[in-house]
Design a protein around this ligand. Structure first.
Ligand SMILES: [Zn+2]
Length: 262
């Protein structure tokens, strides 16, 4: 097995080398490679324009409207994505369809490395959502697992809900024109924020979910203290990733021990 990590715009927030060392330590004899910008091997002008157009086509305009694959983006949107691919601008305020994005990232992977022996993980700061047919709207996601898996640093901040009290106080702060940093400091124990020093540590658990998806098809665990727990609240995320008494539940610890012995 080989794990390949890509950095799609998270350099300022994540220490991917540290995540690679963590995975190597947990998984035993697997090779873990840090590959940096996934577009770096494909940087001919044509290719850049092609990917830029495809990525711009995955932009969600309206959360209650499912986007169709291959929707035709505007010129300005394509130009923006070109700059984004080349690392000349940061992604902010744009919402993408997670599964459409996954398909585009899949195209970037080399054919020789598309077997199940390889686990590809893209770390991105793009914010994405997936369509929920039961209530006909998009929901923000921290990650989508598949070939490849995508983990969003912006999603880790935005997708799991913050404590209800936080939202109530935020309204109050905004009404009074008070500085939100103070509020965020008050809730430091129960929310993850942008440029949070803990993001790398938190992301390790999500990288393990991606690995478990590849190994077993099941990325999540029911145990709230296990790093594979699928947190819907920021407090749950912090507990599973940072504060739990153990890293993995008994069952997942045994699976990992078994892998290291191989
Ligand atoms: Zn578990």
């Amino acid at each position: 097995m080989e794990i390949i990590l890509y950095d799609e715009g998270t350099a300022q927030e994540l220490d991917i080398e540290e995540i690679a060392r963590y995975l190597a330590q947990k998984m035993g004899k697997v090779r873990v490679e840090v590959r940096g910008n996934p577009f770096a091997f494909n940087l001919s002008q044509d290719k850049v324009s092609d990917y830029a157009r495809k990525i711009a086509g995955t932009k969600i305009q309206e959360v209650s409207q499912k986007i169709l694959s291959g929707q035709e983006p505007l010129y300005g949107e394509i130009e923006y994505e070109k700059r984004r691919i080349l690392g000349k601008t940061r992604s902010f305020g744009i919402l993408y369809d997670g599964f459409h994005l996954l398909r585009i990232f899949c195209e970037i992977m080399s054919r020789e490395e598309s077997s199940l022996e390889f686990v590809h993980i893209f770390f991105t700061n793009r914010l994405f959502a997936t369509w929920d047919d039961s209530n006909k709207r998009y929901h923000l996601r921290t990650s989508v697992y598949g070939i490849p898996s995508i983990i969003s640093t912006t999603g880790l901040v935005e997708a799991p809900a913050k404590p209800r009290e936080y939202y109530l106080l935020k309204q109050q702060y905004e009404r009074l024109g008070k500085d939100l940093t103070e509020l965020k400091d008050r809730f430091r124990e129960s929310i993850i924020d942008y440029e949070d020093k803990r993001l790398t540590e938190v992301t390790k658990g999500y990288a393990m979910q991606a690995v478990f998806y590849s190994l077993t098809g099941a990325p999540f665990c029911e145990d709230k203290g296990c790093r594979l727990y699928n947190a819907h609240w920021q407090e749950e995320l912090i507990f599973a990733q940072l504060w739990g008494e153990y890293e993995f539940c008994g069952r997942h610890t045994r699976i990992l021990e078994g892998l290291r012995k191989k």
